[in-house]
Design a protein around this ligand. Structure first.
Ligand SMILES: Cc1cc2nc3c(=O)[nH]c(=O)nc-3n(C[C@H](O)[C@H](O)[C@H](O)COP(=O)(O)O)c2cc1C
Length: 360
Protein backbone atom coordinates (compact mmCIF):
# COMPACT_ATOMS: atom_id res chain seq x y z
CA UNK A 1 0.00 0.00 0.00
CA UNK A 2 1.13 3.59 -0.65
CA UNK A 3 0.11 6.66 1.34
CA UNK A 4 0.01 10.00 -0.46
CA UNK A 5 -2.37 11.82 1.88
CA UNK A 6 -1.37 13.78 5.00
CA UNK A 7 -3.46 15.29 7.79
CA UNK A 8 -6.70 14.52 9.61
CA UNK A 9 -9.12 17.45 9.24
CA UNK A 10 -6.97 19.63 6.97
CA UNK A 11 -5.82 16.98 4.51
CA UNK A 12 -3.80 17.12 1.32
CA UNK A 13 -2.98 14.48 -1.27
CA UNK A 14 -0.15 15.02 -3.74
CA UNK A 15 0.16 13.42 -7.17
CA UNK A 16 2.56 13.37 -10.12
CA UNK A 17 6.10 12.48 -11.09
CA UNK A 18 9.23 14.49 -11.77
CA UNK A 19 9.13 14.03 -15.56
CA UNK A 20 5.37 13.61 -16.07
CA UNK A 21 3.30 16.42 -17.59
CA UNK A 22 2.44 17.98 -14.22
CA UNK A 23 2.39 17.56 -10.46
CA UNK A 24 -0.12 18.80 -7.93
CA UNK A 25 -2.07 18.54 -4.72
CA UNK A 26 -5.69 18.22 -3.68
CA UNK A 27 -6.41 19.99 -0.40
CA UNK A 28 -9.54 18.83 1.37
CA UNK A 29 -11.08 20.05 4.62
CA UNK A 30 -10.13 23.70 4.14
CA UNK A 31 -12.64 26.02 5.83
CA UNK A 32 -14.76 28.09 3.42
CA UNK A 33 -14.59 31.82 2.85
CA UNK A 34 -10.81 32.32 2.87
CA UNK A 35 -9.60 34.81 0.25
CA UNK A 36 -7.23 33.04 -2.14
CA UNK A 37 -5.92 33.11 -5.68
CA UNK A 38 -2.77 31.98 -7.47
CA UNK A 39 -0.86 35.05 -6.33
CA UNK A 40 -1.46 34.00 -2.70
CA UNK A 41 0.45 30.76 -3.28
CA UNK A 42 3.05 31.76 -5.88
CA UNK A 43 5.59 33.49 -3.57
CA UNK A 44 6.09 30.25 -1.64
CA UNK A 45 6.65 28.29 -4.86
CA UNK A 46 9.04 30.99 -6.08
CA UNK A 47 11.12 30.55 -2.91
CA UNK A 48 11.49 26.79 -3.59
CA UNK A 49 11.88 27.09 -7.38
CA UNK A 50 15.03 25.48 -8.85
CA UNK A 51 17.62 27.21 -11.01
CA UNK A 52 17.85 30.48 -9.07
CA UNK A 53 21.56 30.30 -8.24
CA UNK A 54 24.56 28.13 -9.02
CA UNK A 55 24.13 26.57 -5.56
CA UNK A 56 20.95 24.73 -6.58
CA UNK A 57 19.91 22.48 -9.50
CA UNK A 58 19.91 24.20 -12.89
CA UNK A 59 16.59 22.64 -13.90
CA UNK A 60 14.52 25.64 -15.03
CA UNK A 61 10.96 25.21 -13.82
CA UNK A 62 8.72 28.30 -13.61
CA UNK A 63 6.54 26.45 -11.08
CA UNK A 64 3.44 28.46 -11.92
CA UNK A 65 0.61 27.13 -9.77
CA UNK A 66 -2.97 26.92 -11.10
CA UNK A 67 -6.04 26.53 -8.89
CA UNK A 68 -8.44 24.19 -10.68
CA UNK A 69 -11.23 23.80 -8.13
CA UNK A 70 -12.55 24.69 -4.70
CA UNK A 71 -12.40 28.45 -5.18
CA UNK A 72 -15.13 30.81 -6.41
CA UNK A 73 -15.45 34.54 -6.89
CA UNK A 74 -17.99 36.02 -4.47
CA UNK A 75 -20.21 39.07 -5.09
CA UNK A 76 -17.47 41.29 -3.71
CA UNK A 77 -15.19 40.12 -6.57
CA UNK A 78 -12.85 38.28 -4.18
CA UNK A 79 -12.01 34.63 -4.91
CA UNK A 80 -12.57 32.53 -1.82
CA UNK A 81 -12.36 28.91 -0.76
CA UNK A 82 -15.75 27.21 -1.06
CA UNK A 83 -15.08 24.39 1.43
CA UNK A 84 -14.81 21.85 -1.41
CA UNK A 85 -11.55 20.15 -2.54
CA UNK A 86 -8.95 22.63 -3.77
CA UNK A 87 -7.02 21.19 -6.68
CA UNK A 88 -3.62 22.70 -7.39
CA UNK A 89 -1.55 21.99 -10.50
CA UNK A 90 2.03 22.83 -11.46
CA UNK A 91 3.24 21.90 -14.94
CA UNK A 92 6.65 20.27 -15.50
CA UNK A 93 8.27 22.08 -18.40
CA UNK A 94 12.02 21.36 -18.20
CA UNK A 95 12.48 17.59 -18.08
CA UNK A 96 15.57 15.94 -19.58
CA UNK A 97 14.74 12.28 -19.29
CA UNK A 98 17.73 11.09 -21.35
CA UNK A 99 20.02 12.10 -18.44
CA UNK A 100 18.49 9.17 -16.55
CA UNK A 101 19.28 6.32 -18.98
CA UNK A 102 22.02 5.07 -16.60
CA UNK A 103 19.65 5.28 -13.61
CA UNK A 104 17.21 3.07 -15.56
CA UNK A 105 19.75 0.26 -15.49
CA UNK A 106 21.53 0.71 -12.13
CA UNK A 107 20.59 2.01 -8.70
CA UNK A 108 21.91 5.28 -7.29
CA UNK A 109 23.36 4.46 -3.85
CA UNK A 110 21.55 6.56 -1.24
CA UNK A 111 18.62 7.36 -3.54
CA UNK A 112 15.28 5.55 -3.62
CA UNK A 113 15.86 3.65 -6.90
CA UNK A 114 16.56 0.23 -5.39
CA UNK A 115 13.89 0.53 -2.68
CA UNK A 116 11.20 1.50 -5.24
CA UNK A 117 12.13 -1.48 -7.44
CA UNK A 118 12.21 -3.81 -4.43
CA UNK A 119 8.71 -2.66 -3.43
CA UNK A 120 6.88 -2.16 -6.74
CA UNK A 121 9.02 -4.20 -9.17
CA UNK A 122 8.61 -1.35 -11.65
CA UNK A 123 9.55 2.30 -11.44
CA UNK A 124 9.52 5.59 -13.33
CA UNK A 125 13.27 6.24 -13.26
CA UNK A 126 13.02 9.58 -15.11
CA UNK A 127 14.25 12.15 -12.61
CA UNK A 128 13.47 9.72 -9.79
CA UNK A 129 9.75 9.64 -10.70
CA UNK A 130 7.58 9.90 -7.63
CA UNK A 131 10.58 9.74 -5.27
CA UNK A 132 11.91 13.00 -6.70
CA UNK A 133 11.77 16.11 -4.53
CA UNK A 134 9.94 17.74 -7.44
CA UNK A 135 6.92 16.53 -5.44
CA UNK A 136 7.76 18.99 -2.69
CA UNK A 137 6.51 21.84 -4.91
CA UNK A 138 3.00 20.39 -4.41
CA UNK A 139 3.45 20.44 -0.63
CA UNK A 140 4.62 24.03 -0.78
CA UNK A 141 1.47 24.97 -2.73
CA UNK A 142 -0.73 23.09 -0.22
CA UNK A 143 1.20 24.80 2.59
CA UNK A 144 0.23 28.16 1.10
CA UNK A 145 -3.42 27.21 1.58
CA UNK A 146 -2.72 26.01 5.14
CA UNK A 147 -1.24 29.39 6.02
CA UNK A 148 -4.63 31.00 5.34
CA UNK A 149 -6.13 28.82 8.07
CA UNK A 150 -3.60 30.03 10.67
CA UNK A 151 -3.22 33.80 10.13
CA UNK A 152 -2.28 34.18 13.80
CA UNK A 153 0.94 32.18 13.25
CA UNK A 154 4.20 33.46 11.75
CA UNK A 155 6.55 30.81 10.37
CA UNK A 156 10.24 31.44 9.78
CA UNK A 157 12.75 28.85 8.57
CA UNK A 158 16.41 29.26 7.70
CA UNK A 159 19.52 27.18 7.14
CA UNK A 160 21.61 27.04 10.31
CA UNK A 161 24.40 24.74 9.12
CA UNK A 162 25.90 23.57 5.82
CA UNK A 163 28.61 20.94 5.44
CA UNK A 164 29.19 21.00 9.22
CA UNK A 165 29.73 24.81 9.28
CA UNK A 166 27.15 26.45 11.60
CA UNK A 167 25.90 30.03 11.83
CA UNK A 168 26.92 32.19 14.78
CA UNK A 169 23.69 32.88 16.71
CA UNK A 170 25.18 36.17 17.92
CA UNK A 171 25.14 37.31 14.25
CA UNK A 172 21.53 36.20 13.65
CA UNK A 173 19.67 38.72 11.52
CA UNK A 174 16.28 37.63 10.12
CA UNK A 175 16.52 40.36 7.47
CA UNK A 176 19.60 38.59 6.01
CA UNK A 177 17.65 35.39 5.17
CA UNK A 178 16.35 36.79 1.88
CA UNK A 179 19.65 38.47 0.98
CA UNK A 180 21.68 35.39 0.08
CA UNK A 181 21.07 32.18 -1.90
CA UNK A 182 21.22 29.98 1.24
CA UNK A 183 18.32 31.32 3.38
CA UNK A 184 21.09 32.11 5.87
CA UNK A 185 20.51 34.59 8.75
CA UNK A 186 24.26 35.14 9.29
CA UNK A 187 25.91 37.14 6.47
CA UNK A 188 29.40 35.89 7.34
CA UNK A 189 28.34 32.25 7.30
CA UNK A 190 26.61 32.80 3.94
CA UNK A 191 29.93 34.01 2.51
CA UNK A 192 31.71 30.91 3.81
CA UNK A 193 28.99 28.63 2.45
CA UNK A 194 29.53 29.94 -1.09
CA UNK A 195 32.90 28.23 -1.06
CA UNK A 196 31.73 25.11 0.77
CA UNK A 197 28.85 24.43 -1.64
CA UNK A 198 30.77 25.46 -4.75
CA UNK A 199 33.77 23.28 -3.84
CA UNK A 200 31.43 20.31 -3.35
CA UNK A 201 29.69 21.00 -6.67
CA UNK A 202 32.95 21.34 -8.60
CA UNK A 203 34.31 18.17 -7.00
CA UNK A 204 31.22 16.23 -8.16
CA UNK A 205 30.20 15.84 -4.52
CA UNK A 206 27.48 17.22 -2.22
CA UNK A 207 26.98 18.46 1.35
CA UNK A 208 24.28 18.20 4.02
CA UNK A 209 22.48 20.96 5.93
CA UNK A 210 20.43 21.73 9.02
CA UNK A 211 17.23 23.78 8.70
CA UNK A 212 15.60 25.40 11.72
CA UNK A 213 11.97 26.44 11.75
CA UNK A 214 10.24 28.62 14.33
CA UNK A 215 6.49 29.17 14.50
CA UNK A 216 5.41 32.07 16.71
CA UNK A 217 1.85 32.99 17.62
CA UNK A 218 0.76 29.38 18.15
CA UNK A 219 -1.65 29.61 21.10
CA UNK A 220 -1.51 27.16 24.00
CA UNK A 221 -3.68 24.11 23.41
CA UNK A 222 -2.96 22.74 19.91
CA UNK A 223 -2.03 19.05 19.83
CA UNK A 224 -4.04 15.86 20.23
CA UNK A 225 -2.76 13.49 22.92
CA UNK A 226 -2.03 10.74 22.97
CA UNK A 227 -1.53 9.54 19.41
CA UNK A 228 -1.81 12.86 17.63
CA UNK A 229 0.71 14.80 19.70
CA UNK A 230 1.83 18.03 18.05
CA UNK A 231 5.51 17.11 18.32
CA UNK A 232 4.91 13.61 16.95
CA UNK A 233 2.97 14.99 13.97
CA UNK A 234 5.65 17.61 13.30
CA UNK A 235 8.34 14.94 13.43
CA UNK A 236 6.41 12.73 10.99
CA UNK A 237 5.79 15.68 8.69
CA UNK A 238 9.44 16.72 8.62
CA UNK A 239 10.77 13.15 8.33
CA UNK A 240 8.49 12.74 5.33
CA UNK A 241 10.45 15.40 3.41
CA UNK A 242 12.93 13.94 0.93
CA UNK A 243 16.49 13.55 2.27
CA UNK A 244 15.55 14.34 5.90
CA UNK A 245 17.38 12.06 8.30
CA UNK A 246 16.76 13.70 11.67
CA UNK A 247 14.26 15.95 13.44
CA UNK A 248 14.64 17.67 16.81
CA UNK A 249 11.96 19.53 18.75
CA UNK A 250 13.35 22.28 21.00
CA UNK A 251 16.69 21.18 22.41
CA UNK A 252 16.15 17.71 20.93
CA UNK A 253 19.10 15.39 21.49
CA UNK A 254 20.93 18.07 23.50
CA UNK A 255 18.19 17.78 26.18
CA UNK A 256 19.50 14.31 26.97
CA UNK A 257 22.73 15.91 28.14
CA UNK A 258 21.07 18.45 30.49
CA UNK A 259 19.98 18.10 34.11
CA UNK A 260 16.37 18.63 35.16
CA UNK A 261 17.10 22.16 36.41
CA UNK A 262 18.95 23.09 33.22
CA UNK A 263 16.20 21.73 31.03
CA UNK A 264 13.26 23.33 32.90
CA UNK A 265 11.35 26.17 31.26
CA UNK A 266 10.58 28.24 34.39
CA UNK A 267 7.14 29.88 34.41
CA UNK A 268 6.17 33.28 35.82
CA UNK A 269 2.87 35.12 35.96
CA UNK A 270 2.64 37.52 33.02
CA UNK A 271 0.21 39.95 31.46
CA UNK A 272 -2.44 37.90 29.63
CA UNK A 273 -0.96 34.52 30.52
CA UNK A 274 2.16 32.83 31.83
CA UNK A 275 5.64 33.85 30.77
CA UNK A 276 8.49 31.40 30.37
CA UNK A 277 12.14 32.25 30.90
CA UNK A 278 13.44 29.46 28.63
CA UNK A 279 12.16 27.28 25.79
CA UNK A 280 14.06 24.00 25.92
CA UNK A 281 10.82 22.15 25.13
CA UNK A 282 10.41 23.91 21.77
CA UNK A 283 6.95 25.19 22.69
CA UNK A 284 5.36 21.77 23.19
CA UNK A 285 4.62 19.88 26.42
CA UNK A 286 2.60 16.69 26.65
CA UNK A 287 2.13 16.88 22.92
CA UNK A 288 0.29 20.22 23.26
CA UNK A 289 1.51 23.71 22.36
CA UNK A 290 2.31 25.90 25.38
CA UNK A 291 2.06 29.29 23.67
CA UNK A 292 5.83 29.51 23.35
CA UNK A 293 7.45 29.50 19.88
CA UNK A 294 7.36 26.04 18.33
CA UNK A 295 10.93 25.17 17.37
CA UNK A 296 11.89 22.34 15.01
CA UNK A 297 15.34 21.45 13.63
CA UNK A 298 15.66 19.26 10.55
CA UNK A 299 18.79 17.46 9.27
CA UNK A 300 19.11 17.03 5.49
CA UNK A 301 21.61 14.48 4.20
CA UNK A 302 23.96 15.34 1.30
CA UNK A 303 22.48 14.81 -2.19
CA UNK A 304 22.93 11.21 -3.28
CA UNK A 305 23.05 11.95 -7.04
CA UNK A 306 26.71 12.91 -7.44
CA UNK A 307 29.23 12.96 -10.25
CA UNK A 308 31.72 10.84 -8.31
CA UNK A 309 31.40 7.16 -9.36
CA UNK A 310 29.92 4.91 -6.66
CA UNK A 311 29.87 1.11 -6.43
CA UNK A 312 26.35 -0.21 -6.93
CA UNK A 313 24.39 -3.00 -8.60
CA UNK A 314 22.25 -3.12 -11.73
CA UNK A 315 18.70 -4.52 -12.05
CA UNK A 316 20.15 -7.99 -12.59
CA UNK A 317 21.99 -7.73 -9.27
CA UNK A 318 25.44 -7.50 -10.88
CA UNK A 319 28.21 -5.24 -9.57
CA UNK A 320 28.71 -2.00 -11.47
CA UNK A 321 29.61 1.66 -10.91
CA UNK A 322 27.40 4.69 -11.29
CA UNK A 323 28.02 8.38 -11.53
CA UNK A 324 24.83 10.39 -11.78
CA UNK A 325 24.56 12.82 -14.65
CA UNK A 326 21.76 15.34 -14.86
CA UNK A 327 21.09 18.51 -12.92
CA UNK A 328 21.16 18.06 -9.16
CA UNK A 329 21.22 20.21 -6.05
CA UNK A 330 24.70 20.13 -4.49
CA UNK A 331 22.99 20.76 -1.12
CA UNK A 332 19.32 19.79 -0.97
CA UNK A 333 18.79 21.42 2.43
CA UNK A 334 18.86 24.88 0.86
CA UNK A 335 15.67 24.39 -1.15
CA UNK A 336 14.35 22.38 1.77
CA UNK A 337 13.65 25.63 3.68
CA UNK A 338 10.30 26.50 1.99
CA UNK A 339 9.32 22.83 2.24
CA UNK A 340 9.96 22.76 6.00
CA UNK A 341 7.89 25.95 6.37
CA UNK A 342 5.07 24.37 4.34
CA UNK A 343 5.01 21.21 6.46
CA UNK A 344 4.95 23.33 9.63
CA UNK A 345 1.94 25.27 8.26
CA UNK A 346 0.15 22.07 7.19
CA UNK A 347 0.54 20.43 10.60
CA UNK A 348 -0.48 23.56 12.51
CA UNK A 349 -3.56 24.14 10.32
CA UNK A 350 -4.66 20.56 10.92
CA UNK A 351 -4.15 20.92 14.67
CA UNK A 352 -5.97 24.22 14.85
CA UNK A 353 -9.02 22.56 13.27
CA UNK A 354 -8.66 19.46 15.48
CA UNK A 355 -8.51 21.63 18.60
CA UNK A 356 -11.51 23.65 17.49
CA UNK A 357 -13.37 20.40 16.71
CA UNK A 358 -12.95 19.05 20.23
CA UNK A 359 -12.69 22.11 22.45
CA UNK A 360 -14.62 24.73 20.48
C1 LIG B 1 14.31 20.45 -2.19
C2 LIG B 1 14.98 19.12 -2.43
C3 LIG B 1 15.70 18.92 -3.59
C4 LIG B 1 16.32 17.69 -3.84
N1 LIG B 1 17.07 17.56 -4.98
C5 LIG B 1 17.73 16.39 -5.20
C6 LIG B 1 18.59 16.26 -6.32
O1 LIG B 1 18.75 17.18 -7.13
N2 LIG B 1 19.21 15.07 -6.49
C7 LIG B 1 19.08 14.03 -5.61
O2 LIG B 1 19.67 12.98 -5.78
N3 LIG B 1 18.30 14.16 -4.52
C8 LIG B 1 17.63 15.30 -4.30
N4 LIG B 1 16.83 15.42 -3.18
C9 LIG B 1 16.71 14.28 -2.26
C10 LIG B 1 15.99 13.07 -2.83
O3 LIG B 1 14.70 13.40 -3.29
C11 LIG B 1 15.92 11.97 -1.77
O4 LIG B 1 17.18 11.75 -1.24
C12 LIG B 1 15.42 10.67 -2.36
O5 LIG B 1 14.05 10.81 -2.71
C13 LIG B 1 15.55 9.47 -1.43
O6 LIG B 1 14.78 9.67 -0.28
P1 LIG B 1 15.42 9.79 1.19
O7 LIG B 1 16.72 10.52 1.05
O8 LIG B 1 14.41 10.58 1.95
O9 LIG B 1 15.61 8.40 1.71
C14 LIG B 1 16.20 16.63 -2.90
C15 LIG B 1 15.48 16.85 -1.72
C16 LIG B 1 14.87 18.07 -1.47
C17 LIG B 1 14.11 18.29 -0.20
Amino acid sequence: MSVNTFGRLFRFTTWGESHGPAIGAVVDGCPPGLAIDESTLQPFLDARRPGQSKFTTQRQEPDQVRILSGVFEGQDGVRRTTGTPISLMIENVDQRSKDYSDVAKAYRPGHADYAYDAKYGFRDYRGGGRSSARETASRVAAGGVARLVIPEVQILAYVSEIGGDAINMAQFDAAEIGNNPFFCPDAEAAKRWEKIVDDARLAGSSVGAVVECIATGVPAGWGAPLYGKLDADLAAAMMGINAVKGVEIGDGFAAARLTGEQNADPMHPGVGGPEFSANHAGGIAGGISTGQPVVVRVAFKPTSSILTPQPTINREGEATELLTKGRHDPCVGIRGVPVVEAMMALVLADHKLLHRGQCG
